[in-house]
Design a protein around this ligand. Structure first.
Ligand code: C2E
Ligand code: SIN
Ligand code: SIN
Ligand code: FE
Length: 414
């Protein structure tokens, strides 16, 4: 697609349209690709690279080249740029744009005598039989005057190609680059918030587990099983994602159950059983901030994961589809795991026995379609069971206060 195809719409109209697209795209990598393709289209550039600043380096996070795509096929050209990283320094076009916060516009890279600037493109050109001539590098500067990255456009196409990129191209790219800077920053903040939210919620379920003498692997297994069942039931991606985030919290209410009951080695009496059943209500009360979709689903799961399809469950005795689907799913995932592993009050059942109990529960405890889904996915279920199996050492170590192990913090980058 070229700039000409947009016909009557002015650069201003195009910028407004692109700006709307940028602010409505939350997914960072989709956003980066969009910025680059729109910039290339608006200034009619053959190629381009979008660099994001990471400290003293610029890392190429999106690259597109029409000529190489035509030559190599879709997807191939992009991978050529995968590992491209350039220091913020005067020695490259994009590096100096980041350093000086100024646009660098070079009509013909090869016309520059002994240009160190050309070194990076020269190596690229040699390797891929491409000729980089015109280069326009525009710093992406956010409202705090921080350089977020550089938008680099290569080789003007069309009748004006000899002259390189013109004044209008520069102005358009600058406008786009500043919109892009804000959009990237917002997408990062959103990702960071989501991640912080998820971590906090996970911490809550780990706290509950600690009291329950389960291991982290119990919630991992239940969550994985729930994901498999949700997928098999055709939940759309967004719902599935929520389900996987919310399932770990199904038993947080056990935080409120006295140790003597929670850890009783034998069968609970009637009164203890009644207290134990309140873990659903306590869990719902812990998770009752309705501020996010995850929390709302987590609350439903905590509240209803012991309801039964035939209406004989607790706390409300809901029946059939009156039970939220997410809770029906976790009910089966949870019981399957409880049956197939050891608890303080019971040993693990043999796999055949587990399946027998699950089959008998179809239509009584569980929605029949869910039981079918589980049986159809047994291969994957067993994989999860084995991959996240509890070792005796872990179970023994769990409350060994003399030997509490300090774990390294997870340091995922956002
Ligand atoms: P949990 O251990 O995670 O068990 C979850 C669910 O798995 C149970 O919900 C039950 O539906 C199923 N389940 C567990 N073990 C068996 C079993 O041997 N046979 C069959 N058919 N189903 C089983 P439930 O019964 O509502 O229990 C909720 C929670 O209450 C349990 O979570 C556990 O923490 C506690 N609990 C239940 N029974 C006892 C018990 O006899 N002694 C102790 N100490 N705790 C119990
Ligand atoms: C390109 O040809 O798209 C980029 C070459 C470079 O970034 O140096
Ligand atoms: C779902 O898990 O897809 C929906 C949960 C609900 O019914 O609220
Ligand atoms: Fe429970």
């Amino acid at each position: 697609m070229t700039g000409n195809e947009t016909g009557a719409s002015s650069p201003f109209q195009q910028l407004i349209r692109v700006g709307i697209a940028l602010t409505s795209t939350q997914d960072l990598s989709a956003l980066l690709t969009l910025i680059l393709s729109e910039a290339r289209r608006m200034v009619d550039a053959d190629a381009g690279t979008l660099y994001v600043r990471e400290g003293a380096m610029l890392r190429a996070v999106a690259a597109q080249c029409r000529t190489l795509t035509e030559r190599l096929g879709d997807g191939k050209a992009e991978t050529l740029f995968d590992s491209l990283a350039v220091p913020v320094s005067p020695n490259s076009v994009c590096g100096s744009a980041a350093l000086t916060k100024e646009v660098v516009n070079i009509p013909d890279l090869h016309a520059i005598e002994g240009a160190r600037l050309a070194a990076c493109s020269a190596a690229f050109d040699r390797e891929h039989g491409y000729t980089t001539r015109a280069v326009l590098a525009v710093p992406m500067i956010d409202p705090e005057d921080e350089v977020i990255g550089v938008l680099q456009l290569i080789n003007k196409r069309g009748p004006l190609q000899q002259a390189g990129f013109g004044e209008l191209d520069v102005r358009i790219s600058l406008a786009l680059a500043s919109q892009a800077a804000v959009a990237i920053r917002n997408a990062r903040l959103t990702a960071q918030l989501r991640r912080a939210h998820r971590d906090a919620l996970l911490g809550l379920s780990i706290a509950a587990e600690w009291r329950d003498r389960a291991t982290a692997k119990h919630i991992t297994r239940v969550t994985e099983y729930a994901g498999i069942l949700g997928l098999a039931m055709g939940l759309p991606d967004g719902e599935l994602d929520l389900l996987v985030q919310a399932s770990p919290m199904h038993d947080v209410g056990k935080l409120g159950i006295p140790d003597a009951i929670l850890h009783k080695p034998g069968k609970l009496d009637e009164q203890e059983r009644r207290i134990m059943e309140t873990h659903t209500l306590i869990g719902a009360n812990i998770l009752n901030s309705g501020a996010s979709a995850v929390m709302r689903m987590a609350r439903q799961i905590a509240l209803y994961h012991h309801e039964k399809w035939d209406g004989s469950g607790y706390p409300k005795g809901l029946r059939g589809t009156a039970i939220p689907l997410c809770a029906r799913i976790v009910a089966l995932a949870d019981v399957y795991d409880a049956l197939s592993t050891r608890r303080c009050y019971k040993e693990a059942f043999a796999p055949e026995k587990v399946l027998e109990i699950v089959r008998q529960g179809a239509g009584a405890h569980f929605q029949p379609e869910l039981v079918d889904a589980l049986l159809a996915q047994l291969g994957r279920i067993y994989e999860i069971r084995d991959q996240f199996g509890d070792t005796q050492a872990e179970l023994d170590a769990f409350r060994d206060y003399a030997n509490i192990e300090l774990k390294e913090p997870d340091e995922d980058q956002y």
